[in-house]
Design a protein around this ligand. Structure first.
Ligand code: BGC
Length: 423
């Protein structure tokens, strides 16, 4: 009688097919989620598409609200005007202390029921769940963990120059000189304030170490902001510019990554969203493009957690759709698919990493080990460390220093310390 489909067996098959399609037998009417994000590069768009597909599989509609501009500065400006005009999107990609800033305005929805039903407290590292909560309640859902302190390099370019992957800043400049002599642009840089700041942050961690980084760039202690170490960091940072090309100003980060992929440039200092571009170009991270912790930072980890905050809505179906999205984001299947495309690692603990590349495996290992040694630090350049006001003011100084030939390290340091007082 094995081959006669019983009603139960039919139901099982239907249920399995429905699960495959990502739908549920008890599909609800479906709502709409307008999603503000800035994932517009090749790798980012693939990752965003996986989020859209996951939401649509639940019977909800994705309304795309993409604002181009790496690092999200433009997206945040647009978000502010939409919220101020009383018309917020349903979900917005907001990170770090900004989540608290928006929550204190009373505009974010409470996600505690979803968090409780899905056990988020147990599934998330505390360093992450703390950031997602306002006054003890979840107001945002995390997607991933990006490591920011990475150096990417083209192996053929290094070989042609007879140079090696540097592990200290001294070695970095030796490799950069060798690449220059071989006629290769040593450093692919995108001259936009957030990219200047990303380089600065890597130098600060490598030259100053994690304790100094925390004192100066997380706690904004005046004695560290104005110190011989900071002077050395600023001088080292500016020296990196000597190895960038004349077309760097204004260049988007993904175009800089493409230069390394093609071997037009030797190295790039950038977070592991660069890995999304490498994968989208059909290359293997760790092999076709090498990855290593940024010079001097092998035992530290600058983290950057992408997350979505949900804004309060009046429409019940859309509210349910927001919850569907929050639930889907934390599901293991989504965590895997999304992060394979995005270049980041899953934010959910104890995930199977077997499908991930060598760079992601290193990142996952280091995320855990640096947490134990107190060298897991929040990225200031990517909105994880200080208030958005202080971050913006410090970023302005760093970028002006990078772009102004006659500004001395001493002058930059004085201005940096002033900028850090911005409330
Ligand atoms: C975000 C990433 C994004 C990158 C470039 C970072 O601040 O966290 O998700 O890919 O900026 O846009």
């Amino acid at each position: 009688m094995k081959n006669i489909p019983t009603p139960t067996r039919v139901l099982h098959v239907v249920a399995a097919a429905a699960a495959l399609l990502g739908t549920s037998l008890a599909a609800h009417a479906g709502g709409e989620v307008e999603v503000l994000h800035y994932w517009t590069s090749g790798g980012e768009a693939r990752a965003a598409a996986s989020l859209k597909a996951t939401l649509q599989a639940k019977g909800d509609t994705w309304k795309d609200f993409a604002v181009a501009g790496g690092g999200g500065d433009s997206a945040m400006t647009v978000l502010k005007s939409r919220v101020l005009s009383g018309n917020p999107p349903a979900a917005a990609q907001i990170k770090g202390p900004s989540i608290q800033e928006w929550a204190s305005e009373g505009v974010l929805a409470n996600l505690d029921d979803v968090a409780k039903a899905n056990n988020w407290d147990a599934l998330l590292p505390k360093v992450v769940s703390d950031v997602m909560k306002y006054k003890g309640s979840y107001v945002a859902v995390p997607v991933n963990v990006h490591r920011v302190n990475w150096l990417w390099a083209n192996p053929q370019a290094l070989q042609k120059a007879g140079a090696k992957m540097p592990t200290t800043w001294d070695e970095f400049f030796v490799t950069a000189e060798a690449l220059k002599k071989a006629g290769i642009i040593p450093v692919a840089h995108g001259g936009q304030p957030w990219q200047d700041f990303t380089t600065f942050e890597a130098v600060a961690l490598g030259v100053g170490g994690p304790e100094f980084y925390k004192k100066a760039l997380v706690h904004l202690e005046p004695a560290s902001l104005k110190s011989p170490t900071m002077l050395k960091i600023l001088t080292t940072f500016k020296h990196v510019k000597d190895f960038t090309d004349k077309n760097a100003p204004g260049r988007d980060w993904n175009l800089a990554t493409a230069m390394v992929i093609k071997g037009e440039a030797g190295m790039q200092i950038m977070g592991d969203w660069a890995k999304g571009e490498i994968v989208a170009a059909g290359k293997v991270p760790g092999k076709d493009v090498l990855c290593a912790a940024a010079p001097g930072t092998a035992n530290s980890f600058t983290f950057n957690v992408d997350s979505f905050a949900m804004f309060k809505l009046k429409n019940k179906a859309n509210e349910q759709a927001q919850k569907d999205m929050a639930t889907a984001i934390m599901a293991p299947e989504f965590q895997e698919t999304f992060n394979l495309a995005k270049g980041s690692i899953p934010v959910r603990l104890n995930m199977d990493m077997s499908k991930f590349d060598a760079c992601a495996k290193l990142s996952a290992h280091d995320f855990v080990s640096t947490a134990k040694t107190n060298s897991l630090v929040p990225s200031i350049a990517h909105g994880m460390a200080v208030s958005s006001a202080a971050q913006g003011a410090i970023q302005d100084v760093v970028s002006q220093y990078w772009n102004t030939d006659n500004m001395t390290a001493q002058q930059a340091m004085d201005r940096l310390a002033d900028a850090a007082k911005t409330k």
